[in-house]
Structures are given as structure tokens and as C-alpha cells.
Design a protein around this ligand. Structure first.
Ligand SMILES: Nc1ncnc2c1ncn2[C@@H]1O[C@H](COP(=O)(O)OP(=O)(O)O)[C@@H](O)[C@H]1O
Ligand SMILES: [Mg+2]
Length: 259
């Protein structure tokens, strides 16, 4: 077991079976506070499954994890959200018929006294809180670079804007850990460059980032440390330049046809 003082997330021997398929097999990892930690691997390697375990969507078949000093074994997404994990999804999940601003405001309700039900009742305290939420949501839209289309329905935003909106919504929960599942998928080169800058800004703000990415170049240029999954097993972990040279990693990518 590694030293735990600087660990925000410490996953220990996680396994996840789907019928006869072992999607995760004895995966342990150690994410330090304040770093960008990359998770790469060929398609089907188990990256999203690992996200689903640590965000509480899936119950692991073996092992467990510690987040911010608390131990978890079973799936409780709302508890992990409250504990400070926020995520985006590989397939964008926004409220298509709500505005960009409203999508961020919904994220914000995780952190407020009244919560979503209070917002429906709208007593005086709630209205005051609602105003603060709107102000903060606008700030977050500005932060991710989509302030202008605040009143645009999510479905009418460009792909890159929708990805940024998902990040703004996740940040609205004031997470300790922001987990992003292939945020650059489908982005063009300039959108990817903007995303890179945004993720660096987020790291500077003190939020730890867990990044699943397809785009190995992006991962290598951005992450402090990287883990590589292949067929549900962690085959390498370390600084990007070490991992890049690792023969097992090269074999996984070349052998598996890349990702
Ligand atoms: N809910 C599920 N039910 C059954 N099999 C699943 C489920 N989710 C993922 N898998 C399988 O687990 C393996 C890992 O998938 P996934 O975690 O999505 O990989 P990655 O994100 O690295 O591409 C794949 O073989 C996939 O088909
Ligand atoms: Mg995936």
C-alpha cells in the first residue's frame, strides 16, 4: 500500500466482473491531491468501468477505495458526489432542452442547503440562494469559456461547447476530484488545445483531475502521472515519459490496434 497522506483517491485491488468477463482485475491506483492523473488504454480496457466504480455507479466485485480519507465499497453516487467527486460522461449527458445556464445551476444544487426540492418550494431563503446560484453558474460558464451562449439550449451548442458545459456543471458541485471520460473525443484541434488550457487552469485552482483519454498525445502533454489499463489490468503507471517507453504499453497499443 503506498503512502496515503497525499492520496485523494486510493483504489485497492478493484475487480469488476460482468458475467464471465473480467472488466477490471486487481486494479490499484493512487491519485495525489492537485495532480492531473491520466488513464489510458485501448478500447474495452476497463477505463469507463473504473470510473463507474469510483463514482458509485457500479459496485466492484472485489476491492474498494478510499476517497478523501473515507473508505467505500458499495455504489452510492449521491454520497460520492457529496464527498467531492464530479464526473463527465463519455457520451455527453446534458439536459438538452434546458439552457446552458440552467444545466450548470442543476449541478450547483448538490452543494446548496435547499437542494432541488427546496428550489421548487421557493421560500425567501431559497430565492436568495437561487440568486447566488445563478451568479456562480454564470461565473462558471465564463470560466470554461462559454459565457455568451448562457441562454442557448444545450442541444444547440456546438460539440466542443457541450463538452465544456459538462465540465462547468461538474465544477458547480465544487468537487475535490473532477473525473473526465474522454472529454476531447470529437473535438477539433483548436477545441482540444482550449480544453488543455482549461484543464491546466483547473489544476492550478487546486482541483484534482482524473482524465480518461483516447488522445495519447493530449495525455502525455498534460498529465503529471499516467496509468495504463489493458484487458482490465493495470500494466503501467508513472510519469508520462516513463510510461511512453514501457514495452508493455507499446505492445498493448501496437498489438491492440491503438485507441
Ligand atoms: N454494463 C456492462 N455490462 C456488461 N459488460 C460491460 C458493461 N460495461 C462495460 N462492459 C464491458 O467491460 C469491458 C470494459 O469496458 P469499458 O470500461 O467501457 O472500457 P473502456 O472505457 O476502456 O473502453 C468491455 O469488454 C465492455 O464490453
Ligand atoms: Mg470508455
Amino acid at each position: 500500500m503506498p503512502h496515503t497522506e497525499d492520496a485523494l483517491l486510493l483504489a485497492s485491488h478493484i475487480g469488476k466482473q460482468f458475467g464471465g468477463l473480467s472488466a477490471l482485475d486487481d486494479v490499484s491506483l493512487h491519485i495525489r491531491r492537485g495532480e492531473i492523473y491520466g488513464l489510458i488504454g485501448p478500447n474495452g480496457a476497463g477505463k469507463t468501468t473504473l470510473f463507474n466504480v469510483i463514482t458509485g455507479l457500479y459496485q466492484p466485485s472485489a476491492g474498494g477505495f478510499q476517497f478523501n480519507g473515507m473508505h467505500y465499497e458499495s455504489g452510492k453516487p449521491h454520497l460520492l458526489a457529496q464527498a467531492g467527486i464530479a464526473r463527465t460522461f463519455q457520451n455527453i449527458r446534458l439536459f438538452a432542452n434546458l439552457t446552458a445556464l440552467e444545466n450548470v445551476m442543476i449541478g450547483r444544487h448538490v452543494r446548496t442547503r435547499a437542494g432541488v426540492f427546496g428550489a421548487l418550494l421557493r421560500d425567501r431563503g431559497t430565492r436568495k440562494e437561487e440568486h447566488a446560484i445563478t451568479v456562480r453558474a454564470r461565473e462558471l460558464l465564463r470560466y470554461v469559456g462559454i459565457e455568451k451562449p448562457a441562454q442557448t439550449l444545450a442541444k444547440h451548442l456546438s460539440y466542443g461547447e457541450q463538452r465544456r458545459l459538462e465540465i462547468a456543471r461538474a465544477l458547480a458541485t465544487e468537487p475535490l476530484l473532477l473525473a473526465l471520460d474522454e472529454p476531447a473525443a470529437g473535438m477539433n484541434a483548436s477545441e482540444t488545445e482550449n480544453l488543455k488550457t482549461l484543464l491546466k487552469t483547473i489544476r492550478t485552482s487546486g482541483v484534482t483531475v482524473l482524465l480518461i483519454e483516447h488522445d495519447v498525445k493530449l495525455i502525455m502533454g498534460l498529465c503529471d502521472r499516467v496509468a495504463v489499463l489493458d484487458y482490465g489490468k493495470k500494466i503501467a503507471e508513472g510519469a508520462p515519459e516513463e510510461v511512453r517507453k514501457d514495452p508493455a504499453v507499446i505492445a498493448a497499443y501496437l498489438g491492440g490496434g491503438g485507441d
